[in-house]
Ligand binder design. Structure first.
Ligand code: GLC
Length: 579
């Protein structure tokens, strides 16, 4: 009897320590794996060359088979299509290129039936200049939507405009961080002479007020002025409209952009934390809010988002791991080699310092997520890194780090960046990562039955291109490897979102990188060697030798010696150990 009592106590203890760390987050989040779909590029169902919602529905079985549990859709709202759907004309209606609101509800129904959540993109900071709100606001100052936008009566002197190049690509790169003054757009609208934009000129900023309004600038309203308060009510309406149709939450586009002249983001944080988050949490406790903020220490730890990204943009990014010397994302674009490269000439320190700062700041409050890619930067499978074994090493990293994994559609088969893709729907260089999915050997790789010249963005013409069909048939493919990794994550809580993380190897010897994940008494080590050469590392002695539970290694050897524990691993290899 006594024994049974202790057993129950022990099991209850385990259940408590395995629970999601943050009680405020949706119960499903800690086990979630997201799959991001750029809807124009996934599957065309009506033969016009552009992907749509019925197309996505037809691929749900495949999506489920990968092992993902949630889909994030880039914007599907009625759009002017000058920025890939991020210039929204009608926030309450699905664009006809994708189908209807009913199609979206059907997608949600069918996804839910497979245990898959559906998350939309919420463009909170701006609309299209073609939206009914803006068209009305630009006419006069006393109409219903007049104060949804900001109308400076003059352009203040001073303030440094950041160097803006002339091309669309430069505009994309510089826009998010540009100063407010550079966001003044001259207009001959009756309400002119200026409005404030958020990103492109076609994306006027919505008016959530100013952090410290300048009395000399009459257009700068306080955050609690009637206009900005009406704007917040509209935002809540949009959220409720879709949540009440069954959506499971939102990825919030440029979430840090709402309050203007807010350099330390304190007013924007307050707006989210004290109003929107409180409201959302009580209305939709099982809904998720994902920030595009690129600073989890602010968005997650302070504003209350469930998670935020750590990828290519902002001060906190993983560019040194994947892009240095190739595409030049991030502040140190002069460094010539990324870490994940066969050359084995990269380093870990830049990334480590940025990542650990964020990881420590959010611990227990939500997640720092490192997506495999997204619609704004280069795919992991890009020039110089197309070997499937290299991609397996990178995927091992993405899918065994803390936080919730995000797989960008196609990365599971090694869909390759197309650097020559022509700018489409305002993408600039981003077209290269928004290429249509490659499914099979039929015309246009099964993406669409349209004539090839109508395909949304040209597909890889290489006859040897990887497709889902080929990947399914090859047991050694990246796709099967990714499935295996997701299975491991499920089986071993130490590889999951909440398990703790620490680097075991030294920053001075970056190849191989060895990190430890621990949860509820379970302990795993992940060993990554992206370099082409076999490498050996000596680590402090462990009491027992661990067991190999995963990886793509050709050879991996663990020896306990008098000097410590020695791991030798072949080139371009990953290994996962469990103690
Ligand atoms: C976000 C989106 C990007 C878009 C921009 C403006 O960064 O990810 O695609 O262009 O916001 O909405």
């Amino acid at each position: 009897m006594k024994k049974l009592f202790f057993l129950i106590l022990l099991l209850a203890g385990c259940a408590v320590c395995l629970q999601a760390q943050n009680p405020k987050q949706p119960s499903w989040l800690s086990d979630a794996v997201f799959y991001q779909i750029y809807p124009s590029s996934y599957q065309d169902s009506d033969g016009n060359g552009i992907g749509d919602i019925p197309g996505i529905i037809s691929r749900l079985d495949y999506i489920q088979s990968i092992g993902v549990t949630a889909i994030w859709l880039n914007p599907v709202y009625v759009s002017g299509w000058t920025d890939g759907g991020y210039d929204v004309i009608d926030f309450y209606r699905v664009d006809k290129r994708f189908g209807t609101n009913s199609d979206l509800v059907e997608l949600i129904r069918q996804a839910h039936a497979r245990g898959i959540k559906v998350v939309m993109d919420l463009v909170a900071g701006h609309s299209s200049d073609q939206s009914e709100w803006f068209l009305q606001s630009k006419e006069a100052p006393d109409l219903r939507y007049s104060d949804y936008y900001i109308w400076p009566s003059f352009k203040p002197e001073g303030g440094q405009n950041p160097a803006q190049g002339g091309s669309l690509d430069d505009a994309v790169r510089n826009n998010a961080s540009a100063s407010l003054l550079s966001k003044f757009v001259a207009t001959d609208a009756p309400r002119g002479p200026y409005y404030i934009k958020n990103f492109f000129d076609t994306q006027p900023a919505l008016n959530f007020g100013f952090a410290n309004p300048d009395p000399g600038h009459p257009w700068e309203q306080t955050v609690d002025a009637p206009g900005p308060m009406a704007m917040r009510r509209e935002l809540k309406n949009i959220i409720s409209f879709w949540m009440d149709k069954g959506v499971d939450g939102f990825r919030v586009d440029m979430a840090s952009s709402l309050v203007k002249n807010d350099p330390d983001k304190s007013a924007t944080i307050k707006l989210w934390k004290d109003d929107l988050m409180k409201w959302f949490g009580s209305e939709y406790p099982e809904g998720v809010l994902i920030a595009e903020w690129f600073n989890p220490a602010q968005s997650v730890a302070q504003a209350g988002f469930d998670l935020d990204f750590f990828c290519h943009d902002g001060q906190y990014n993983y560019s040194s791991l994947f892009f240095y010397g190739r595409r030049g994302f991030g502040p140190n674009a002069t460094v010539t080699m990324p870490y994940f490269d066969e050359a084995g000439a990269g380093g870990l320190k830049t990334w480590y310092d940025l990542y650990t700062y964020q990881y420590d700041a959010v611990k227990g409050n939500g997640y720092v997520c490192m997506p495999t890619g997204n619609h704004d930067f280069n795919r992991v499978c890009t020039e110089g890194r197309t070997n499937p074994e290299e991609l397996k090493v990178a995927m091992t990293f993405f899918l065994t780090m803390p936080g919730v994994p995000f797989i960008y559609y196609g990365d599971e088969i090694g869909l390759k960046q197309n650097p020559a893709a022509p700018s489409t729907d305002g993408s600039g260089f981003r077209a290269g990562c928004r290429i249509p999915m490659l499914w099979d050997a039929s015309a246009n790789a099964g993406f669409s039955t349209a004539p090839i010249e109508k395909i949304y963005i040209p597909q890889d013409p290489d006859p040897n291109r990887m497709t889902v069909e080929k990947a399914e048939a090859d047991q050694n493919s990246l796709l099967h490897y990714v499935r295996g990794l997701l299975q491991l994550r499920k089986e071993f809580p130490a590889l999951g979102a909440d398990a703790s993380w620490k680097l075991v190897s030294s920053l001075d010897q970056p190849y191989p990188m060895v990190y430890e994940r621990t949860r509820g008494g379970e302990r795993c080590w992940v060993v990554l060697n992206p370099s082409a050469k076999a490498v050996t590392v000596t680590l402090p002695a462990e009491t027992a030798k661990p067991e190999l539970i995963g990886g793509n290694y050709k050879k991996c050897n663990y020896r306990q010696t008098r000097k410590g524990d020695v791991i030798s691993i072949s080139g371009v290899s990953a290994a996962i150990y469990k103690f």
